[in-house]
Design a protein around this ligand. Structure first.
Ligand code: FO1
Ligand code: CA
Length: 310
């Protein structure tokens, strides 16, 4: 049976790896956020697609969280010497991915085709799909004005106060067609919302017309894994953004955010007291993914939970 994971960048990719290693080859499809994509130095950069692809292929830099392990930075050094923009770091090896993607998009291929080719070349047996082939760009409204996602995230290091988040192009975008086909497929066993940032990484997907309805209509149970552990975000700005948006930093607030989309919710043992008040079947377990075993064990918990909800 097939499993569909909805995934953003670093946090989500950890669970995607657990699912990838737990499921039989070819049984995982990952639909990835492309709201973080942007054109930089003339190149089409898709950070979340690359994070997931590199992670599943075992090529990712686990310290940094993004990019390739064993990377070198000669291009960046040379660019800096010439006065080019160096705030967004493109490693020498990673650069090849962006150059090839840009070239193939310019030649008329879709982002889905380019992504499939990348996944195949990296030896992946699962399917990796962008959430859409149309451009959707996450914009962050802050006390210092509206910022394009990477300006907020990398250039400003998430420092400005967030007042609102929007997704340019989402209303005109179409959900990637294989994602819709899979959701309508009666053999789909589970839909997993990975513990990515709900506001920055999952909401761009849910903003595309029809996806939310298709997720709800799918016979497969939708299970989200909370990115909050003991009232804190494991990594990244999730907790900071929740505070700035006036939300309590809790797994419960995350479950309420997804609302009637959910058939099941997984939160950390440390937040198990919240379970009773959620109004959706909930499992409390260790959600912190430090080791490879943690990733695989959480994946098994998700899959067991899903089989009980079918
Ligand atoms: N994150 C940073 O904090 N600084 C960078 O210079 C940076 C470069 C970069 C290059 C390629 C890539 O795929 C990701 C990169 N990231 C960088 C991470 C990226 O901003 C994030 O992964 C996300 O978009 C959030 O999920
Ligand atoms: Ca359903």
């Amino acid at each position: 049976a097939q499993v569909l994971a909805l995934c953003g960048g670093i946090g989500g990719a950890k669970l995607a790896l657990g699912l990838y290693r737990t499921l039989a080859p070819g049984h995982l499809t990952v639909a990835v956020n492309t709201g973080d994509d942007f054109t930089h130095l003339g190149l089409h950069v898709s950070p979340d697609i690359d994070t997931v692809a590199y992670t599943l292929a075992g090529l990712n830099d686990t310290e940094r969280g993004w990019g390739l392990a064993g990377e070198s930075w000669h291009f960046m050094e040379a660019l800096g010497r010439l006065g080019g923009e160096t705030w967004f770091q493109l490693g020498d090896h990673d650069l090849a991915t962006h150059v090839l993607r840009t070239q193939r998009l310019a030649a008329g291929e879709t982002l889905s085709q380019v992504t499939a080719a990348l996944a195949a070349r990296l030896g992946l047996h699962g399917r990796l799909l962008p959430m859409s082939d149309d451009p959707v760009r996450t914009l962050v409204d802050t006390d210092e004005g509206r910022l394009a996602f990477q300006n907020y995230f990398v250039a400003q290091r998430c420092r400005p106060r967030v007042t609102a988040i929007s997704f340019a192009g989402a209303k005109e975008a179409k959900v990637q067609e294989d994602v819709l086909a899979l959701l309508a497929d009666g053999t789909l066993a589970a839909i997993v919302i990975c513990p990515s940032n709900p506001y920055l990484s999952v909401d761009p997907m849910l903003a595309i017309p029809g996806l939310r309805a298709a997720l709800k209509a799918s016979p497969a149970p939708v299970i989200a894994v909370s990115p909050i552990v003991a009232g804190k975000a494991v990594k990244g700005p999730t907790a900071k953004i929740m505070e700035e948006l006036g939300l309590p930093v809790s797994s419960r607030a995350v479950a309420e955010h997804y609302g009637d989309l959910l058939d099941g919710f997984i939160l950390d043992d440390s937040d198990a007291v919240e379970t009773a008040r959620l109004g959706v079947p909930t499992v409390a377990t260790r959600t912190l993914m430090e080791t490879l075993e943690d990733r695989e064990r959480l994946a098994r918990s998700v899959l067991n939970f899903a089989s009980g909800l079918r």
